[in-house]
Design a protein around this ligand. Structure first.
Ligand SMILES: [Zn+2]
Length: 125
């Protein structure tokens, strides 16, 4: 897990979600700079910057598939955490890989589960 460059609050949130909202596939977390986001999103890179994204690495070999969660190294912590929850919800709401409507109802339910799990864990700390 290459997350040593992430802010401590982000690392803590990832620890909480790994425990309370486990994913089906192994998770690889990567910390990403804005330059790296820009390079990989080219024309789609938003002006306000990017705080995270996620994708599947699906393999035919059994046990070799995993999911990647990329999170910004620097930036406003609220935006980064919101993005982390948003992307985690996508990874929970797996469904068909080429699903057209990405922010569908089941994604929204996952999003609320992630937020709730995080808020509960923080309240108990
Ligand atoms: Zn989304």
């Amino acid at each position: 897990m290459n997350s040593k460059y992430l802010q401590e609050d982000v690392r803590r949130a990832i620890r909480i979600l790994r425990k309370s909202c486990p994913l089906e596939l192994p998770l690889r977390v990567r910390s990403v700079t804005q330059q790296e986001f820009k390079r990989s999103w080219k024309g789609e890179y938003p002006e306000r910057g990017m705080w995270g994204d996620s994708y599947y690495m699906v393999s035919e070999s059994p046990g070799a598939s995993y999911v990647v969660l990329r999170i910004a190294r620097t930036g406003p912590i609220e935006a980064i955490l919101d993005t982390l929850f948003h992307e985690w919800a996508h990874l929970l709401d797996r469904g068909p890989f080429n699903v057209r409507k990405r922010h569908r109802r089941s994604w929204g339910i996952s999003y609320s589960k992630v937020y709730d799990a995080y808020e509960r864990a923080m309240a108990n700390e």
